[in-house]
Design a protein around this ligand. Structure first.
Ligand code: SF4
Length: 458
């Protein structure tokens, strides 16, 4: 069916009427939220969500570029999805996100998958409706990976939960850690206006959202680019006063600028959850320097001591990179020791993955992949023991759990999270979803807890 160009018609774009869309999201919480924004923009075009790619008229892959693995998954998924076009030539396939924000990778996808109709970057979301219209009209693959930050504020979101909401507070990152592609694909730091965040949180509370998670590559940097430089701590303080909200979470914090003020704010906050995700990445000062992390092992340990002293029962989780170029056996003993000293509630460890355009990509790397795998196993073995021991200390405790719904692995059980972000499974009705209920912990496992309801939901 031929489309009239809207400029001429000046009509709202509705070329999705009677059609369905399907979005697959790779990567982090910021990507999850970007997909919610894409969904709302697409639904405004008339599309409705499809139950699977086979039923859809529009397929969108929201990509991640943090490591090679998610990139490989995108290529294999595109291999499967482009086959669907054989039976449906008006099917629109679009690829967006961090992978396609990079020119070389956008060109690679365009050349390898000619069935792809639209390639867009992380900054193109506000232009998605027009880009999709062009993808319908134009024969050539439409590409928009401009580093244009305008138009992001105020975009709608079709949220996947009715009681938990992602709330970005700052976009981009200026830290340029030597291994990281994020500053190249998410751009420079742009804090959202203080009032815009407060009014969005208040609106979410009015819509019965009980938990908000503040998102930023580094939330600690919030406000440095705004008039009057409002601090992240002052933003949390203000959010803590919003009636109706029960929980406020935030991620991710860079250790280099986590202020004592922030620690005090979390300690005294009523709704601010006692959980810090504090990526250490390494425990070796030599490697931390090469990574351009701008803190030392001792500074990291001092920060952890300060947090634990100020907030009893706080949970701290982390990220560790194994096998950074030049990491010796001696260097590697340092993160192992850091785990034992900090006793993280959990730590996500990954083998270093060279990223195009980053400083580390040019570094000599003589450690074999096999050696890196052995280091990863050794590190995970230590962390799994610590995670289990930390969970075992909670057996017998009565913890408040926000119920997220039936357990993915066992529909007989309900699942939820404590304020310290621990996963808890218990027997109870699905009607508890979205409520907060006291659970007595009866059993501990490495990655989760089991318990029994002990009290009324609220
Ligand atoms: S702080 Fe470092 S690791 Fe985190 S997003 Fe920024 S550059 Fe990447």
């Amino acid at each position: 069916m031929q489309f009239q160009h809207t400029e001429t018609l000046n009509q709202p774009l509705r070329f999705g009427e009677g059609k369905q869309y399907w979005i697959n999201t790779f990567g982090c919480q910021m990507n999850e939220h970007d997909s919610e924004v894409m969904a709302a923009l697409i639904e405004n075009l008339g599309y409705r969500p499809a139950s699977g790619p086979e039923e859809a008229d529009l397929l969108i892959i929201n990509t991640c570029a943090v490591r090679k693995k998610p990139e490989d998954k995108v290529s294999s998924m595109l291999g499967k999805l482009t086959v669907l076009k054989e039976g449906k030539n008006d099917l629109i396939i679009a690829v967006g996100g961090c992978m396609t924000q990079q020119q070389d990778l956008a060109r690679h996808i365009k050349n390898r998958f000619s069935e792809v109709d639209l390639i867009f970057g992380t900054h193109a979301l506000p232009r998605l409706p027009e880009l999709l219209e062009r993808a319908h009209l134009e024969k050539e693959t439409v590409v928009d990976i401009k580093e244009d930050y305008t138009g992001r504020e105020g975009l709608p979101a079709a949220r996947t939960s009715t009681f938990q909401a992602w709330l970005p507070i700052i976009y981009g990152c200026n830290n340029f850690c030597a291994y990281c592609v994020v500053p190249f694909v998410r751009g420079r730091e742009r804090s959202r206006r203080f009032e815009a965040i407060i009014s969005e949180a208040a609106a979410l509370s009015d819509q019965n959202y009980r938990e908000i998670t503040l998102l930023g590559q580094n939330v600690n940097s919030y406000g440095h680019d705004l008039p009057g430089k409002p601090s992240f701590a002052s933003l949390l303080d203000e959010l803590d006063r919003i009636e109706g909200l029960s929980r406020i979470r935030f991620m991710t914090s860079h250790p280099k600028d986590l202020s004592p003020d922030l620690i005090k704010t979390v300690a005294r906050g009523k709704k601010i959850c006692e959980h810090f995700h504090l990526p250490a990445q390494s425990g070796s000062d030599r490697i931390l320097k090469k990574m351009n992390r701008r803190y030392t092992r001792e500074q990291y340990l001092a920060l952890v001591r300060e947090i634990k002293a100020a907030i009893p029962g706080v949970s701290i989780t982390s990220d560790i990179i194994v096998g950074f170029p030049g990491e010796t056996e001696e260097d590697f003993s340092a993160p192992l020791d850091l785990l034992k000293q900090v006793r993280f509630d959990s730590a996500f460890a990954f083998i270093y993955s060279p990223r195009q355009g980053t400083k580390a990509e040019k570094l000599t790397d003589n450690t074999t992949y096999r050696e890196k795998e052995q280091r990863l196993q050794a590190l995970n073995k230590i962390q799994q023991r610590i995670s289990l021991e930390e969970n075992e200390r909670l057996v017998g405790n009565l913890l408040e759990v926000m119920v997220e719904g039936p357990s993915k692995n066992n529909p007989e059980l309900q699942t939820g999270r404590t304020r310290t972000n621990k996963l808890v499974h218990f027997t109870g009705p699905a009607s508890l979803t979205g409520t907060i209920i006291p659970i007595c912990i009866t059993e501990a496992r490495t990655w989760n807890l089991f318990g029994e309801m002990e009290g009324e939901p609220r």
